[in-house]
Each structure stands twice: as C-alpha cells, then as structure tokens.
Design a protein around this ligand. Structure first.
Ligand SMILES: NC(=O)c1ccc[n+]([C@@H]2O[C@H](COP(=O)([O-])OP(=O)(O)OC[C@H]3O[C@@H](n4cnc5c(N)ncnc54)[C@H](O)[C@@H]3O)[C@@H](O)[C@H]2O)c1
Length: 281
C-alpha cells in the first residue's frame, strides 16, 4: 500500500509508546486515525498530540480492551460507522509478564495471552471480513517482538505469546494470499524501544503478585525497565512500520542484530542444540 493520505488507520495500544508513535505518524501522513486503548487519560493525550501534529485529519478515540472480543467488535463497528473503511490495522497493544515459568499463575497466563495473543485474534476476526467486503487495498501490522523469534530465561509467558503472534501473522498472510485478497501483512519484531512496557501491570485488572510472592517477576521487570530506557525512540519504529507497509515487507525488525540472531537460532536448531538466548541490542 503506497498511498496513505486520506485513508484510515486503526491502532490498538495507542495511548503509549509504539502505538502512540504509530498514531502520530499516521496522522502526519494525513491519514484518518482510530486510536484504541484501555488507558483513557493517556489515550486522550495521544489524541491531543495527533491533532496538534495534523489538525486536518479526522480522529476517532475508542476506549477498548483488546482481550475482550466484544469490545474489539465495537471498535470495528465504530470505525466503519465513522469512516466506512479501515485500510491499516495495527494490532499493537501488548503487556509484559516476566519470571520463572513454574511460578506463573493462571491469572498471569490469562492476562498475557489475553492481550498479546487474543488481542490480535480479535482484531483479525472483527476487521478482516469488513476489509474483504470493501475489497480495497489494506495492510495489517501485528506487533510481536524479538522475543517472538528467539527465547530467553524469565520471559516464558511473554515469549510464548509473541511466538504465537509471529505464527498468527504468517498464517494470516498465507490465508489472505490463498483468498486472493489485496491485504498485506507485516509483523513488527522490536528489540528495545523507549516505552512504558516495563510498567505493563499498571493496566492489569487481576491482582499482581507481591514482591515476596514473586521476586523473580519483579527483578525481570527492573531489567526490562533498564533495557527499554536505552531503546529506540517510538517515532523511529513508526517510521520503519510505514516503510514496511509501503514496500510490503513482512518481517520488521528494529535492530541490526536481527539477521545474526535469526541465523544462529536456525543453526542451533539444525545442530539439534538449545538455541542461544535473545539479545535486545
Ligand atoms: N518497548 C519494547 O522494548 C518492546 C519490545 C518488543 C515488543 N514490544 C511490543 O510493543 C507493543 C507496544 O508496547 P510498548 O512498548 O509501546 O509499551 P507501552 O506500555 O508503552 O504501550 C502499550 C499500550 O498497550 C496498552 N494496553 C495494555 N493492555 C491493553 C488492553 N487489554 N487493551 C488495549 N490496550 C492495552 C497500554 O495501556 C499501553 O498504552 C507491545 O505489543 C509490546 O509487547 C515492545
């Protein structure tokens, strides 16, 4: 999809970080923008930023919990009611849960898979049939992670959700091709990006284990905070996404170490060894 101006972009997780960067960039491209998130005040701040940067674009602010299929269905209905179309769908909302696998509760798994995996499943189910009905060009961007390609200790639920997001994205691209649709797919696989991902639990509805119950989860969160603080600016990542949409690039890594990490993973697999752990540099 080369021509973006005047078209409609939908971004989930738009109240912060990469999602906010994407919303601002789509606005700057003179697209109409639909922004969705669970954090209402921060979502309003994204709306203010988009309007300040692109006063001419039309904006729809739709509070949405992507782990709830009915809310995502309402997001799609509101988008089509307002704009009659969606051309770019960014299933970007995501949360991080760290810690040792055997200490993770069902609530931890439900939360991470609910947002990171079911959020994308819901987006696909509510938007793709409407996009197919309109038979216009389109593009879906799912946010995974380098943790969706290479694993590490202390990140089991997150990594499982992100490997699933990668498989889902590849499957979606194959399905759309099989259906003869003119809808492209990209999977964003960021390394470290300067966002609030390490403070994901700010939006968690179920209680978070205390530091004494799950000290492992808390020290991983601190490590992630240190990593993210030295990461890329979300605006730079948004630029990579727009380039990928324009050039139909499927994998969208943000780090130059991507090639080496992916190659070494497959070398290890062919050699029947446990692959080396992920790096976010
Ligand atoms: N920051 C990084 O270093 C990094 C690296 C790899 C992948 N990612 C991925 O990037 C995506 C964006 O995260 P970010 O880094 O910008 O973090 P962030 O915390 O700054 O932004 C994530 C947004 O998702 C929203 N969100 C959380 N639960 C939600 C729900 N149930 N429904 C709707 N919105 C919800 C949050 O309110 C927040 O606004 C995530 O999928 C994350 O896993 C980030």
């Amino acid at each position: 999809m080369r021509d973006l101006a005047g078209r409609v972009a939908v971004v989930t997780g738009a109240a912060s970080g990469i999602g906010r960067g994407l919303a601002c960039r789509f606005g700057a491209e003179q697209m109409n923008v639909v922004i969705a998130d669970v954090e209402r005040a921060a979502l309003d701040e994204t709306a203010r930023l988009v309007r300040a940067a692109a006063p001419a674009v039309d904006l729809l602010v739709q509070p949405t919990d992507v782990s709830d299929g009915e809310q995502v269905e309402r997001l799609a209905a509101a988008t089509y009611e307002r704009f009659g179309a969606a051309h770019i769908l960014c299933n970007n909302a995501g949360v991080f849960q760290g810690g040792l696998l055997w200490q993770r509760s069902d609530a931890d798994w439900d939360w991470v898979l609910g947002v990171n995996l079911y959020g994308i499943i819901h987006g696909i189910r509510s938007f793709i049939p409407r996009m197919l009905d309109k038979a216009e060009d389109g593009h879906v961007v799912n946010t995974a992670s380098m943790a969706g390609l290479v694993t590490s200790a202390y990140s089991g639920p997150y990594s499982v959700s992100k490997f699933a997001a990668v498989a889902l994205s590849e499957s979606l691209a194959h399905d759309l091709r099989a259906a003869g649709a003119s809808i492209g797919v990209s999977v964003l696989c960021p390394s470290a990006v300067k966002t609030r991902i390490a403070e994901s639990s700010r939006n968690r509805l179920t209680p978070v284990a205390t530091e004494t119950e799950a000290p492992d989860a808390h020290f991983v969160e601190q490590a992630l905070r240190d990593l993210a603080s030295g990461g890329l600016d979300p605006a730079v990542v948004a630029g990579m996404v727009v380039d990928a949409i324009r050039t139909e690039q499927f994998y969208v890594p943000t780090s130059t170490t991507y090639d080496e990490q992916v190659r070494s993973r497959f070398d290890d697999m062919v050699a029947r060894r446990l692959p080396r752990t992920v790096r976010y540099d």
